[in-house]
Write a protein that binds this ligand. Structure first.
Ligand SMILES: [Zn+2]
Length: 290
Protein backbone atom coordinates (compact mmCIF):
# COMPACT_ATOMS: atom_id res chain seq x y z
CA UNK A 1 0.00 0.00 0.00
CA UNK A 2 1.38 3.40 -0.88
CA UNK A 3 1.76 5.51 2.25
CA UNK A 4 2.61 9.15 2.80
CA UNK A 5 6.10 9.14 1.19
CA UNK A 6 4.98 7.33 -2.00
CA UNK A 7 1.81 9.39 -2.22
CA UNK A 8 3.89 12.55 -1.80
CA UNK A 9 6.18 11.28 -4.58
CA UNK A 10 3.15 10.82 -6.86
CA UNK A 11 1.83 14.27 -5.96
CA UNK A 12 5.18 15.92 -6.70
CA UNK A 13 5.36 14.06 -10.01
CA UNK A 14 1.82 15.08 -11.01
CA UNK A 15 2.45 18.66 -9.97
CA UNK A 16 5.42 18.74 -12.33
CA UNK A 17 3.80 16.92 -15.23
CA UNK A 18 0.07 17.60 -15.15
CA UNK A 19 -0.29 21.14 -13.81
CA UNK A 20 -1.30 23.53 -16.58
CA UNK A 21 -2.72 20.74 -18.77
CA UNK A 22 -6.39 20.35 -19.59
CA UNK A 23 -8.26 17.11 -18.98
CA UNK A 24 -9.60 15.94 -22.35
CA UNK A 25 -11.25 12.66 -21.34
CA UNK A 26 -12.01 10.67 -18.20
CA UNK A 27 -12.89 6.99 -18.55
CA UNK A 28 -14.32 5.19 -15.55
CA UNK A 29 -13.58 1.48 -16.00
CA UNK A 30 -14.36 0.30 -12.47
CA UNK A 31 -17.72 1.85 -11.65
CA UNK A 32 -17.54 0.81 -8.00
CA UNK A 33 -14.38 2.91 -7.58
CA UNK A 34 -16.26 6.14 -8.23
CA UNK A 35 -17.74 7.23 -4.90
CA UNK A 36 -19.47 10.48 -5.94
CA UNK A 37 -21.98 11.54 -8.61
CA UNK A 38 -22.29 15.31 -8.09
CA UNK A 39 -20.43 17.05 -9.65
CA UNK A 40 -20.43 14.52 -12.50
CA UNK A 41 -17.15 13.06 -13.75
CA UNK A 42 -17.71 14.86 -17.04
CA UNK A 43 -17.37 18.19 -15.26
CA UNK A 44 -13.61 17.46 -15.31
CA UNK A 45 -13.50 17.38 -19.11
CA UNK A 46 -12.20 20.70 -20.35
CA UNK A 47 -10.96 21.69 -16.91
CA UNK A 48 -7.35 22.70 -16.40
CA UNK A 49 -5.33 21.08 -13.63
CA UNK A 50 -4.10 23.91 -11.42
CA UNK A 51 -2.34 22.06 -8.60
CA UNK A 52 -1.66 18.72 -6.93
CA UNK A 53 -1.81 18.17 -3.20
CA UNK A 54 -1.72 15.39 -0.64
CA UNK A 55 -4.15 14.88 2.23
CA UNK A 56 -2.93 11.91 4.27
CA UNK A 57 -2.85 9.13 1.66
CA UNK A 58 -5.29 10.92 -0.69
CA UNK A 59 -4.15 12.62 -3.91
CA UNK A 60 -5.98 15.80 -4.86
CA UNK A 61 -5.87 17.35 -8.34
CA UNK A 62 -7.48 20.78 -8.27
CA UNK A 63 -8.93 21.99 -11.56
CA UNK A 64 -10.58 25.06 -12.97
CA UNK A 65 -13.05 25.40 -15.83
CA UNK A 66 -15.36 28.22 -16.92
CA UNK A 67 -18.27 26.91 -14.81
CA UNK A 68 -16.74 25.07 -11.87
CA UNK A 69 -13.60 24.13 -9.97
CA UNK A 70 -13.98 20.40 -9.36
CA UNK A 71 -11.29 18.39 -7.57
CA UNK A 72 -10.35 14.92 -8.77
CA UNK A 73 -9.35 13.04 -5.64
CA UNK A 74 -8.25 9.44 -5.29
CA UNK A 75 -7.04 6.95 -2.70
CA UNK A 76 -5.01 4.03 -4.00
CA UNK A 77 -5.89 1.70 -1.08
CA UNK A 78 -3.97 -1.54 -0.66
CA UNK A 79 -3.23 -2.62 -4.22
CA UNK A 80 -3.81 0.50 -6.27
CA UNK A 81 -1.24 2.42 -8.26
CA UNK A 82 -0.85 5.24 -10.78
CA UNK A 83 0.66 4.50 -14.18
CA UNK A 84 1.82 7.53 -16.11
CA UNK A 85 2.10 7.70 -19.91
CA UNK A 86 3.89 10.45 -21.82
CA UNK A 87 1.77 9.20 -24.70
CA UNK A 88 -1.48 7.66 -23.51
CA UNK A 89 -2.27 4.41 -25.40
CA UNK A 90 -5.30 4.45 -27.66
CA UNK A 91 -6.46 0.99 -26.54
CA UNK A 92 -10.11 0.63 -25.64
CA UNK A 93 -10.74 -0.14 -21.99
CA UNK A 94 -13.31 -2.85 -21.30
CA UNK A 95 -14.85 -2.29 -17.89
CA UNK A 96 -14.54 -5.32 -15.61
CA UNK A 97 -11.88 -6.96 -17.78
CA UNK A 98 -8.90 -4.84 -16.82
CA UNK A 99 -6.96 -3.77 -13.72
CA UNK A 100 -7.55 -0.18 -14.85
CA UNK A 101 -10.08 1.63 -12.66
CA UNK A 102 -9.84 5.09 -14.20
CA UNK A 103 -8.07 6.64 -17.17
CA UNK A 104 -7.42 10.37 -17.48
CA UNK A 105 -6.30 11.84 -20.81
CA UNK A 106 -4.52 15.21 -20.90
CA UNK A 107 -4.25 17.90 -23.55
CA UNK A 108 -0.64 17.19 -24.61
CA UNK A 109 -1.33 13.50 -25.30
CA UNK A 110 -0.07 12.32 -21.91
CA UNK A 111 -2.25 10.87 -19.20
CA UNK A 112 -2.50 8.31 -16.47
CA UNK A 113 -4.32 5.19 -15.38
CA UNK A 114 -5.31 4.33 -11.85
CA UNK A 115 -4.91 0.56 -11.62
CA UNK A 116 -5.79 -1.95 -8.94
CA UNK A 117 -4.50 -5.50 -8.67
CA UNK A 118 -6.32 -8.39 -7.03
CA UNK A 119 -9.97 -9.19 -6.56
CA UNK A 120 -10.64 -7.18 -3.40
CA UNK A 121 -11.23 -3.71 -4.84
CA UNK A 122 -11.01 -0.69 -2.60
CA UNK A 123 -9.42 2.01 -4.74
CA UNK A 124 -11.62 5.10 -4.41
CA UNK A 125 -12.17 8.07 -6.72
CA UNK A 126 -14.06 11.25 -5.84
CA UNK A 127 -15.09 14.30 -7.85
CA UNK A 128 -15.94 17.04 -5.36
CA UNK A 129 -16.18 20.82 -5.06
CA UNK A 130 -14.14 20.83 -1.87
CA UNK A 131 -11.64 18.21 -0.63
CA UNK A 132 -13.39 18.33 2.74
CA UNK A 133 -16.43 16.76 1.03
CA UNK A 134 -14.48 13.48 1.00
CA UNK A 135 -15.35 11.81 4.32
CA UNK A 136 -11.89 10.20 4.66
CA UNK A 137 -10.26 13.62 4.28
CA UNK A 138 -12.65 15.40 6.65
CA UNK A 139 -11.78 12.78 9.30
CA UNK A 140 -7.98 13.02 8.95
CA UNK A 141 -5.83 13.77 11.96
CA UNK A 142 -2.83 16.10 11.67
CA UNK A 143 0.00 15.35 9.24
CA UNK A 144 3.24 14.48 11.04
CA UNK A 145 5.38 16.33 8.50
CA UNK A 146 3.52 19.63 8.89
CA UNK A 147 5.84 22.21 10.50
CA UNK A 148 3.19 22.77 13.18
CA UNK A 149 3.34 19.11 14.23
CA UNK A 150 5.60 19.04 17.29
CA UNK A 151 6.60 16.52 19.90
CA UNK A 152 3.78 17.88 22.07
CA UNK A 153 1.28 17.43 19.25
CA UNK A 154 2.19 13.74 19.27
CA UNK A 155 2.00 13.60 23.07
CA UNK A 156 -1.50 15.12 22.91
CA UNK A 157 -2.66 12.59 20.31
CA UNK A 158 -1.40 9.65 22.34
CA UNK A 159 -2.49 10.88 25.76
CA UNK A 160 -4.95 8.55 27.46
CA UNK A 161 -5.38 6.11 24.56
CA UNK A 162 -5.61 2.64 26.00
CA UNK A 163 -4.75 0.94 22.73
CA UNK A 164 -1.59 -0.46 21.19
CA UNK A 165 0.78 2.15 19.75
CA UNK A 166 0.93 0.35 16.40
CA UNK A 167 -2.82 0.88 15.95
CA UNK A 168 -2.60 4.51 17.07
CA UNK A 169 0.06 5.30 14.45
CA UNK A 170 -2.00 3.69 11.68
CA UNK A 171 -5.31 5.32 12.60
CA UNK A 172 -5.85 8.01 9.95
CA UNK A 173 -8.22 9.95 12.19
CA UNK A 174 -5.42 10.32 14.76
CA UNK A 175 -2.44 10.77 12.43
CA UNK A 176 -2.57 11.30 8.65
CA UNK A 177 -0.50 9.27 6.20
CA UNK A 178 1.16 6.47 8.19
CA UNK A 179 0.16 2.88 7.41
CA UNK A 180 1.32 -0.64 8.17
CA UNK A 181 4.77 -0.37 6.60
CA UNK A 182 5.97 2.94 8.01
CA UNK A 183 4.50 2.25 11.45
CA UNK A 184 6.71 -0.88 11.56
CA UNK A 185 9.71 1.22 10.57
CA UNK A 186 8.95 4.01 13.04
CA UNK A 187 8.51 1.58 15.95
CA UNK A 188 11.72 -0.25 15.05
CA UNK A 189 13.62 3.03 14.93
CA UNK A 190 12.07 4.07 18.26
CA UNK A 191 12.97 0.67 19.80
CA UNK A 192 9.37 0.26 20.88
CA UNK A 193 7.08 -2.77 20.92
CA UNK A 194 4.14 -2.53 18.50
CA UNK A 195 1.99 -3.75 21.36
CA UNK A 196 3.08 -1.03 23.82
CA UNK A 197 0.04 0.62 25.37
CA UNK A 198 -0.10 4.20 24.06
CA UNK A 199 -1.31 5.63 27.39
CA UNK A 200 1.61 4.08 29.26
CA UNK A 201 4.41 5.68 27.20
CA UNK A 202 6.77 7.82 29.27
CA UNK A 203 7.83 11.34 28.21
CA UNK A 204 11.16 9.81 27.09
CA UNK A 205 9.31 7.19 25.02
CA UNK A 206 7.39 9.99 23.30
CA UNK A 207 10.61 11.92 22.63
CA UNK A 208 12.03 8.81 20.97
CA UNK A 209 8.85 8.06 19.04
CA UNK A 210 8.60 11.63 17.75
CA UNK A 211 12.22 11.64 16.60
CA UNK A 212 11.81 8.22 14.95
CA UNK A 213 8.60 9.27 13.21
CA UNK A 214 9.84 12.56 11.79
CA UNK A 215 13.20 11.10 10.71
CA UNK A 216 11.74 7.95 9.14
CA UNK A 217 9.09 9.86 7.20
CA UNK A 218 11.35 12.74 6.15
CA UNK A 219 13.96 10.27 4.89
CA UNK A 220 11.37 8.29 2.95
CA UNK A 221 9.84 11.44 1.44
CA UNK A 222 13.32 12.58 0.36
CA UNK A 223 13.96 9.14 -1.21
CA UNK A 224 10.63 9.28 -3.08
CA UNK A 225 10.95 12.86 -4.24
CA UNK A 226 11.74 13.34 -7.90
CA UNK A 227 11.15 9.67 -8.79
CA UNK A 228 8.69 8.69 -11.51
CA UNK A 229 5.74 6.55 -10.36
CA UNK A 230 7.27 3.37 -11.78
CA UNK A 231 10.26 3.66 -9.40
CA UNK A 232 8.48 4.60 -6.20
CA UNK A 233 7.56 1.09 -5.05
CA UNK A 234 11.16 -0.09 -5.31
CA UNK A 235 12.39 2.99 -3.47
CA UNK A 236 9.95 2.16 -0.67
CA UNK A 237 11.05 -1.48 -0.47
CA UNK A 238 14.73 -0.54 -0.42
CA UNK A 239 14.23 1.88 2.45
CA UNK A 240 12.59 -0.69 4.76
CA UNK A 241 14.68 -2.06 7.62
CA UNK A 242 12.15 -4.52 9.05
CA UNK A 243 8.84 -4.21 7.20
CA UNK A 244 8.50 -6.97 4.61
CA UNK A 245 11.84 -8.41 5.69
CA UNK A 246 10.83 -11.42 7.79
CA UNK A 247 13.71 -13.84 8.19
CA UNK A 248 16.31 -11.25 7.19
CA UNK A 249 18.82 -9.70 9.59
CA UNK A 250 18.03 -6.58 11.60
CA UNK A 251 20.51 -3.97 10.33
CA UNK A 252 20.80 -2.50 13.83
CA UNK A 253 21.52 -5.54 16.03
CA UNK A 254 21.83 -8.60 13.79
CA UNK A 255 18.85 -10.47 15.26
CA UNK A 256 16.38 -12.04 12.82
CA UNK A 257 13.36 -9.96 11.76
CA UNK A 258 10.13 -11.61 12.90
CA UNK A 259 6.49 -11.33 11.80
CA UNK A 260 3.15 -11.43 13.54
CA UNK A 261 0.40 -12.47 11.14
CA UNK A 262 -3.16 -11.17 11.16
CA UNK A 263 -6.14 -11.99 8.95
CA UNK A 264 -5.05 -9.90 5.97
CA UNK A 265 -1.63 -8.49 6.81
CA UNK A 266 1.37 -8.89 9.06
CA UNK A 267 3.68 -6.71 11.08
CA UNK A 268 7.43 -7.09 11.30
CA UNK A 269 9.67 -6.27 14.25
CA UNK A 270 13.01 -7.06 15.85
CA UNK A 271 12.73 -8.70 19.27
CA UNK A 272 16.18 -7.59 20.42
CA UNK A 273 15.62 -3.95 19.44
CA UNK A 274 11.95 -3.63 20.37
CA UNK A 275 10.63 -6.12 22.90
CA UNK A 276 13.59 -6.89 25.16
CA UNK A 277 14.06 -10.18 23.32
CA UNK A 278 10.48 -11.37 23.84
CA UNK A 279 9.03 -13.10 20.78
CA UNK A 280 5.49 -11.87 20.14
CA UNK A 281 2.80 -14.53 19.78
CA UNK A 282 1.80 -15.29 16.22
CA UNK A 283 -1.91 -14.49 16.22
CA UNK A 284 -2.60 -16.78 13.29
CA UNK A 285 -0.95 -19.78 14.95
CA UNK A 286 -2.49 -19.21 18.34
CA UNK A 287 -5.92 -19.00 16.74
CA UNK A 288 -5.35 -22.35 15.03
CA UNK A 289 -4.25 -23.92 18.32
CA UNK A 290 -7.39 -22.92 20.23
ZN1 LIG B 1 17.42 -5.32 15.97
Amino acid sequence: MPEMPEVQGLVDFLRGRATGLTITRVTVAAFAALKTYDPPVDSLVGAEITSAARHGKFIDLATTSPDAEPHLIFHLAKAGWLRWYDQLPATIIRPGKTPIALRVALSDGSGFDLTEAGTKKSLAVYVVRDPQDVPGIARLGPDPLEPTFTRNTLAGLIDGRRTQIKGVLRDQSILAGVGNAYSDEILHDAKMSPYALAASLTPEDIDRLYAAMTETLAEAVAAASGKPPAELKDAKRRGMKVHGRRGETCPVCGDVVRSVFFADNSLEYCATCQTGGKVLADRRLSRLLK
